[in-house]
Write a protein that binds this ligand. Structure first.
Ligand SMILES: Cc1cc2nc3c(=O)[nH]c(=O)nc-3n(C[C@H](O)[C@H](O)[C@H](O)COP(=O)(O)O)c2cc1C
Ligand code: SF4
Length: 522
């Protein structure tokens, strides 16, 4: 860092790069050199305000001041407007923590994301990192798991299973070798929280996995990411190298006296590879076919050994829990949904991005207060929550709280926290067809209800959309959904009926006498 140089923070996550962040860096370097200004550029992750990316922040005596969305051609103008001292400009957003989209969030897991240099362990520590691991290193395994139990943490990958039970099962399993596997496959449409965290704050994931190693007796961890996430993979490799060099990983992980090592692996990017047993097959170098359960991975997982599989966000919640106590985490949330949920808002929405909220906030708050309604300006008609296997909810149901049980009662699921907004131009019959088509394309093919059912579903929905014997064919779709729900080996086929049936139930007008829009177009 040049002495007395102003620090400028420019994100390098995949979204910011796609929006020209590297061009902004080049323009800043060019313009400041021309003006003889000393500058220290820190490449961060993203804070998750995607509609203002690339969001550039400058460190001033009054804290950081943000500007966005900044393009390369804005840079000279911004410097003329004294951006380096927080000067006024139409792109000036003020202090990031005062931007309502951020100010109204409860950022625990994502507190550092977009703030720190992702590869500086000093920066990480200065922002509270490693406190959880250092505490865990001095505790016995059962006490760590008691803390996780007190937090009420449930798996953020989709199923919402209590995290401590898995950890305890692996801890109690008797084996010469155990594994920790982080599911970073993130295949759900409209989701990006795993990627943001991995690119913006990879040490949090490494810290969480290392604590899991200490708690279960596993000495080796794998992170399974996808080929569509090259920046995330590179960030992991860089952060892992730092963690090894600095003794966070190694023969005595974080000075605990116990060994723990992590390796990052890249999948080819198939949706089914996110299902934990097919992920394990893929990690073993085989075709990603779903395994029958039991045995569960916690008993017989990777290479036949007890294996803890958790999502990125589950592991990433652990450092805060261990640093602040499980009880403090459980003070957020409602009912049996405790702590915070990193919601990912996408689709036809004005302000998309990462919204970490205590459970209990409503879906309406997410879509309207944070999202600002549709980008098209047309009325919100449907919101799909929980990825491609999640339900479509009509606008009148938006007051549902973010709570696993409330979503289950509404015949939906929170899943990985993806929320995709549609305006009134959406045709739910076509979305129902898409759900079957997605399943047909992504099915691993192992069981008949899913492999054959999804294809029959597409064909039958084509008839419904064309207005051919609508009621008879809709009844066939309902039957098919029942068979897929009851007979599928995994949730791929088992949950495909959720989007289909929610569309039929909440938007019946799109299924009568042919698709609403195709009839209108005739
Ligand atoms: C078709 C399918 C895809 C899935 N994709 C993912 C995924 O991308 N990431 C993930 O963490 N879990 C995914 N899951 C859930 C995993 O099987 C598993 O429940 C999860 O990794 C466990 O971690 P958690 O307890 O921390 O949620 C998927 C499940 C199914 C059936
Ligand atoms: S439900 Fe589909 S994806 Fe799951 S095991 Fe059966 S065929 Fe494979």
């Amino acid at each position: 860092m040049a002495d007395g140089a102003t620090r400028l923070f420019i994100p390098r996550d995949m979204a910011a790069l796609a929006l020209g962040a590297d061009g902004v860096v080049a323009a800043v370097e060019r313009e400041t050199a021309k003006r003889g200004l000393a500058l220290d550029i820190v490449r961060t992750g993203s804070r998750g305000l995607l509609w203002v990316e690339p969001m550039v922040e400058v460190e001033t005596p009054h804290g950081r001041i943000a500007y966005g969305p900044v393009s390369a051609r804005d840079v000279a103008d911004l410097l003329d407007a004294d951006m380096l001292n927080g000067g006024a400009h139409s792109l000036r957003l003020g202090r990031p923590e005062d931007i309502p989209f951020l100010a109204k969030q409860q950022r625990l897991t994502f507190a550092r994301c977009g703030v720190i240099d992702p590869f500086s362990l000093e920066d990480y520590r200065a922002h509270g990192g490693m406190a959880g691991l250092e505490r865990a290193a001095a505790m016995d395994a059962a006490a760590i798991i008691d803390e996780v139990k007190a937090s009420g943490l449930r798996g953020r990958g989709g199923a919402g299973f209590p995290t401590w039970i898995k950890w305890d099962t692996v801890r109690k399993a008797d084996a010469d070798r155990k594994y920790i596997v982080c599911n970073a496959d993130e295949g759900d449409s409209g989701t990006f929280a795993d990627r943001l965290l991995t690119e913006g704050d990879p040490f949090t994931l490494i810290e969480g996995m290392t604590i899991a190693g200490l708690a279960t007796g596993a000495s080796k961890g794998f992170i399974y990411s996808r080929s569509e996430y090259p920046q995330a993979f590179e960030a992991l490799q860089r952060a892992l190298a730092v963690a090894r060099r600095r003794g966070v990983l190694g023969a005595s992980a974080a000075g605990s006296g116990k060994p723990f090592e992590i390796e990052a692996r890249l999948g080819a990017g198939a949706y089914i590879c996110g299902e934990e047993t097919s992920l394990l097959e893929s990690l073993e170098g085989k075709r990603a076919l779903v395994r029958a359960k039991p045995p569960i991975p916690a008993i017989k997982g990777l290479f036949g050994k007890p294996t803890l599989v958790n999502n990125v966000l589950s592991f990433a919640a652990i450092p805060w829990i261990m640093a602040n106590g499980g009880k403090a985490y459980a003070d957020f949330g409602m009912g049996r949904s405790l702590g915070t949920l990193p919601v990912q808002l996408a689709g036809n929405v004005k302000r998309g991005g990462l919204i970490e909220l205590a459970f209990g906030a409503t879906l309406r708050a997410v879509v309207e207060e944070f999202g600002g309604g549709t980008l098209s300006g047309r009325p919100v008609r449907a919101v799909q929550v929980g990825g491609p296997l999640g339900a479509y909810f009509p606008e009148r149901m938006l007051d549902i709280p973010l709570d696993y049980e409330a979503f289950a009662a509404a015949k939906g699921l929170l899943g990985h926290g993806g929320v995709v907004v549609f305006d009134d131009s959406v045709d739910l019959a076509k979305q129902a067809r898409f759900a079957f088509e997605f399943c047909a394309v992504e099915s691993c093919g192992k069981c008949t209800p899913c492999r054959i059912g999804a294809t029959r579903g597409v064909e039958t929905m084509d008839k419904v959309i064309a207005g051919v014997q609508t009621e008879r064919n809709l009844n066939l779709v309902r039957d098919l959904c029942e068979i897929m729900t009851d007979g599928s080996l995994c949730a791929m086929g088992g949950l495909t009926p959720v989007p289909v049936m929610s569309a039929i139930t909440h938007f019946p007008e799109d299924f009568s006498k042919g698709s609403r829009l195709s009839v209108a177009a005739e």
